[in-house]
Design a protein around this ligand. Structure first.
Ligand code: GLU
Length: 290
């Protein structure tokens, strides 16, 4: 049997905090315990929020923690052609359509629909896409695109779920409601998710499944905040014919106020802790891995 493959996949849009340290250390420890490989992936497709100094800090902070990863590091911004190829495959299945509403227009549409009762929200609490761009004709789409209008490319969730259904995944960790073992995927809860935008030819969901498959990742260890997104990932894997990894979602490290840590909260930043004299062993203890 080839060794298991793990990955830690941070986005360089801020400095790492204790929550990232916990996730990275869990991956590192699992890889060591199982004789597996640990990969590092930089998820930098959002050019407006990612910065080189945050990426440099990721390497420094992980090395300071004593974590070793394989070279080369995969930087998503260098692999846009891989995501475009996957998007084309989904388009060829008839599952992708452009929508043209701005964020403000979407908010207005949701408000209008809520006049008739609550409008459904995705597991992250965002309203499902309320527009009817799916019913635009090919001519209307072409005309809007040619006019230079910004657009998002969305997955036609109903059509996708007609092509593959009954998907599950193997959960070795735990979901937010204690889900374990074989979990039934519910991608329909996310509505017509965005797969790419005019100015960015991919999205988190699309690039994460493409990369996990291309890199041969076999066990995904990540925070419970991504548990429900796994439903979308399983759907995309099935549509694209990609292999199914196993998942181990872990609990989140919370601040003293009980809230999820944020990259802007200085008190739990690895750089701040290091400057204040905390050792790598102290970080392990702080996240319960000491
Ligand atoms: N890049 C994502 C984040 O920083 C993690 C992606 C994943 O582990 O699937 O939250």
């Amino acid at each position: 049997m080839p060794p298991p493959v793990f990955r830690f996949a941070p986005s360089p849009n801020g400095y790492l905090h204790l929550g990232h340290a916990y996730s990275a250390l869990l991956n590192f420890d699992r890889a060591r315990e199982t004789g597996g490989r640990l990969l590092l992936r930089i998820e930098d497709i959002d050019a407006t929020r990612c910065r080189p100094e945050f990426e440099a800090a990721i390497y420094q902070d992980l090395a300071w923690l004593g974590i070793a990863w394989e070279a080369p590091v995969r930087r998503q911004s260098a692999h846009l052609a891989d995501y475009s190829a996957a998007l084309e495959k989904l388009s060829a299945l008839g599952l992708v359509y452009p929508s043209f509403e701005s964020r403000a227009e979407i908010a207005k549409l949701v408000a209008a629909r809520e006049a008739d009762g609550p409008w459904p929200r995705d597991p992250d609490g965002a309203p499902l896409y309320p527009g009817n761009a799916k019913s635009l004709s090919a001519g209307q789409r072409a005309q809007l695109i040619d006019s230079g209008a910004p657009y998002a490319l969305r997955l036609d969730m109903a059509a996708a779920c007609r092509q593959v259904s009954g998907l599950t995944w193997n959960e070795l960790g735990e979901g937010p409601d204690g889900e374990q073992g074989r979990v039934l995927a519910r991608p329909e809860a996310w509505g017509d998710v965005i797969l790419a935008r005019k100015e960015t030819p991919t999205s988190y969901h699309l690039s994460v499944v493409v990369d996990d498959a291309l890199q041969g990742v076999t066990e995904i260890v990540r925070g419970q905040d991504l548990f429900h997104a796994t439903s979308v990932h399983r759907l995309l894997q099935a549509l694209l014919g990609l292999t199914e990894p196993i998942y181990r979602h872990h609990g989140l490290i919370r601040g003293t106020d009980g809230r999820k840590l944020s990259k802007s909260d200085r008190s739990t930043g690895l750089r701040e802790l290091r400057t204040a004299g905390t050792s790598p062993a102290g970080v392990r203890t702080a996240v319960g891995l000491g």
